[in-house]
Design a binder for this molecule. Structure first.
Ligand code: IPM
Ligand code: MG
Length: 350
């Protein structure tokens, strides 16, 4: 008999293409085990996006997928090459993208930087996800000089302000430093600095530090430990977060959460479809699993989140590595399934 007060969550899994299906399946297996151990129920429905959706429905983001997601508690997404993802983000207004970049101790020497440069590294990129140059007026045309193309970086002030408030809230929960990526020396009509500073008057104690995005990229590789929360628009946030992958040793480790104003979210790894290794069963599932941890935390299932995190840290400390982390010497190369099996065993031991 199911107990009546047992929490029940419904998620939509959207595997997509490339390594997407492999890393989503791996993460769901682990989530189901944690659900059992922690006493909640997970119902999983499958949705379609990208190329596989196009084959079946003639649309990269079919309305069937939108409807399925409508009543869900969260969406777990794998990866797609093109089409559908931006529409999905826009459709549910997932404007607030959180990308934590944290070093795992046992992977210090996997960083592109010397271990002492990344020891203790713990930053959070807050990326605006449904506006800016990804969604501004765009097109191709031609005039007397020839054919041309354009994408417009357009932000309403209210869009910059609402993501600024999210970033300020995150800084409040963390170390209180908010670095704002901007490019006002060249793009003065996007006044991120002023708008964030105005919002910050309601967040006493938070230090707002505006930084030109080119300099910020350099500082991220010179002195990444100095950062706490970084706020960036859509394009700059995309670029900066890949630097984070190099800092922690592999982009395959990074997960992200994209939330709308209601706290409904899309959970996905930062990496793409990785066509070179797709179907080989060797992908690193920890990025998508990291995203699932963010989902559990958003639900308030902190114990479940901790269980996975601790299991992951212990397995990595024992030297198990997927190929993206190029195992050396006494480290042990494992494929996706073996890593999942190790995690499942580890999660069950307190
Ligand atoms: C990301 C990806 C996407 C983005 C691509 C696949 C459109 O690079 O989530 O970082 O640019 O937002
Ligand atoms: Mg990206």
């Amino acid at each position: 008999m199911e107990s009546l007060n047992k929490p029940y969550y419904r998620i939509v899994a959207i595997p997509g293409e490339g390594i997407g299906p492999e890393v989503v399946q791996a993460s769901l297996t682990i989530l189901q085990q944690v659900a059992q151990l922690e006493g909640f129920t997970l119902q999983v429905d499958y949705g379609w996006l990208g190329a596989t959706a196009f084959e079946q429905f003639g649309s990269y983001f079919p309305s069937a997928t939108a409807q399925l997601c409508d009543r869900a508690d969260g969406i777990i997404f794998g990866a797609v090459n093109q089409g559908g993802l931006l529409e999905l983000r826009k459709h549910f207004d997932f404007f607030c993208n959180l990308r934590p970049i944290r070093i795992v101790n046992s992977l210090l020497h996997k960083s592109s930087l010397r271990p002492e440069k990344v020891q203790g590294l713990d930053m959070l990129i807050v990326r605006e996800l449904v506006s800016g140059i990804y969604f501004g007026p765009s097109g191709r045309s031609s005039d007397d000089q020839g054919a041309y193309g354009y994408h417009t970086m357009l932000y309403y002030d209210h869009q910059m302000r609402r993501i600024a408030r999210k970033a300020l809230q995150q800084a409040q929960k963390r170390r209180g430093l908010l670095t704002v990526a901007h490019k006002e020396n060249a793009l003065p009509h996007l006044p991120w600095t002023r708008l964030v500073q105005e919002e910050a008057t309601e967040f006493p104690g938070i230090v707002v530090e505006p930084m030109l995005v080119d300099n910020l990229a350099m500082q991220m590789v010179l002195n990444p430990q100095r950062f706490d929360v970084i706020l960036a628009g859509n394009l700059f946030g995309d670029i900066l977060s890949d630097i984070g992958g190099a800092l922690v040793g592999s982009i395959g480790l990074l997960g992200s959460a994209s939330m709308n104003a209601d706290g409904f979210g899309l959970y996905e790894a930062i990496h793409g479809t990785a066509p070179d290794i797709a179907g080989k069963g060797i992908a690193n599932p920890l990025g998508t699993l990291g995203a699932c941890i963010l989902m559990l935390q958003q639900w308030g299932e902190e114990q479940a989140a901790q269980r996975i995190m601790q299991a992951q840290d212990r397995i990595l400390a024992q030297g198990y590595r997927t190929a993206d982390l190029s195992p050396q010497k006494e480290e042990i190369l494992v494929n996706t399934q073996t890593l999942v099996d190790l995690l499942l065993a580890e999660i069950s031991t307190e």
